[in-house]
Design a protein around this ligand. Structure first.
Ligand SMILES: *Cc1c(COP(=O)(O)O)cnc(C)c1O
Length: 410
């Protein structure tokens, strides 16, 4: 810490300079971490965030404005995801928070409704997000991850997952879509199994919850994945992904108040005033709530249909270009994420060449493949990406590739 504070002008300059070495997301050269809907939405996020930056969602009585915005965000979410009458939920800081709280609610529900005692477990497909493992670790819950179907669909295997359930199972999970392959699990089939086993089914729609409904409106054949499937008890859906909200915003939704009531945590046993918090956080940044509410209102259904339509179109262009270059697409992705591999050349070697050309994307390990999570901005750069891919494949094929880069998420 400097002894005497420095001028804002000087520090600001330094802030901007430091970003110089970061991934060039504004140019569309990242396809992971950032959802770029263009400078207009970025400005809306920024201004809406600033207006409530100091307010705290922990205090709904002090800030009824935020409480109302959160309620309206949840209402919009439930209207998109077929929430039945009585469905409810809360805003959280992100997908990990939403997933953690859904598991906590499921566990406490099992304890209350069927007197669960002893060690609990959750049953997941191999492709489910590591947030489930983290939450399970925190709560001392066993994780049972099952292999995907072996039919090349890269989907969860409902029968295998059903067989893995027992009396101590508090939740089964399907993704819509999963992150590694961008594929929607067969939620209806999972629902049948969950009903038979009388297990809580959670749909992890963190990356698809604010995408799939609009894709469906645009005519994409999105299978049932939300509360339309009766066995789905809870859903996680991130606003800070394809909701194009500022970071720090997700939603966790429950079919009924009866399920939801197991999520909030109340404490009276301390020296301070009694405190109830709905989610993992104490202090809740008002800006994350106001920015999400604002972007949803500014885009509206029409705006989201347009942006998500553009993303789907870009994915189709990518698929065409990839197939023309000899790549194989994993499964049948229909939203904004896609994984692909070359039949002859190592995906991670190609990934390294692309990284050296300034493309910062992700990879999938099972099987080794390249990965794109597309934003509206990519419509402008997908051709350039494909041209660079042609060069990178040639470089690898000639054995002239640069030093191997370790492919990892972070
Ligand atoms: C991003 C993501 C998560 C975790 O969300 P965070 O906001 O990064 O905590 C969980 N599941 C899926 C499918 C995701 O894509």
């Amino acid at each position: 810490m400097p002894e005497a504070g420095r001028s804002w002008d000087e520090v600001r300059e330094q802030l901007i300079t430091r970003g110089g070495g970061d991934a060039k997301w504004r140019d569309g050269k990242t396809a992971v971490y950032v959802f770029n809907a263009g400078p207009e939405i970025a400005k809306v996020q920024q201004e809406a965030y600033s207006l409530y930056m100091s307010e705290n969602g922990l205090g709904p009585l002090a800030f009824p404005s935020l409480a109302q915005m959160e309620r309206e965000v949840i209402e919009m979410a439930l209207s998109l995801l077929n929430g039945p009458v009585g469905a409810t939920g809360a805003m959280t800081s992100g997908g990990t928070d939403s997933i953690t709280m859904a598991i906590k609610a499921a566990r406490d529900y099992a304890r209350a409704a069927r007197a669960l005692s002893g060690p609990a477990n959750i049953v997941l497909p191999r492709s489910a997000h590591p947030a489930f493992d983290k939450a399970a670790h925190l709560m001392d819950i066993e994780v049972r991850r099952l292999p995907l179907k072996e039919d090349g669909s890269y989907q969860a295997d409902p029968a295998a997952m059903g067989d893995a359930c027992d009396n101590q199972t508090i939740m089964m999970v399907g993704s819509a879509p999963n992150f590694p392959h961008g594929i929607i699990d067969p939620i209806e089939e999972l629902g049948k199994v969950a009903r038979e086993k009388e297990v809580w089914l959670h749909t992890d729609a963190c990356v698809g919850g604010y995408f799939a409904p609009f894709a469906r409106m645009n005519g994409v054949p999105v299978p049932p994945f939300d509360f339309e499937v009766q066995a789905v008890h809870s859903i996680s859906a991130d606003l800070h992904k394809y909701g194009y909200a500022a970071k720090g915003a997700s939603t966790v939704l429950f079919r009924s108040q009866e399920l939801f009531q197991h999520m909030p945590f109340e404490n009276r046993e301390w020296s301070g005033a009694p405190m109830t918090t709905p989610t993992l956080a104490g202090t809740r940044p008002g800006g994350a709530i106001s920015a999400a509410w604002t972007v949803m209102n500014v885009l509206g259904v029409e705006g989201y249909r347009k942006t998500q339509g553009l993303v789907c179109e870009t994915r189709e262009r990518a698929e065409e270009g990839l197939k023309a270059r000899g790549f194989e697409i994993l499964g049948n992705p229909i939203l904004g994420l896609i994984a692909f591999r070359h039949p002859e050349h190592d995906s991670f070697a190609i990934y390294g060449e692309m990284l050296r050309k300034g493309w910062f994307t992700s990879v999938t390990t099972e099987p080794r493949s390249l990965h794109l999570m597309l934003s509206p901005k990519h419509a402008e750069v997908i051709d350039e990406y494909l041209e660079d891919l042609t060069e990178s494949v040639a470089t690898v094929a000639e054995g002239k590739g640069g030093p191997k880069v370790e492919a990892r998420y972070n």
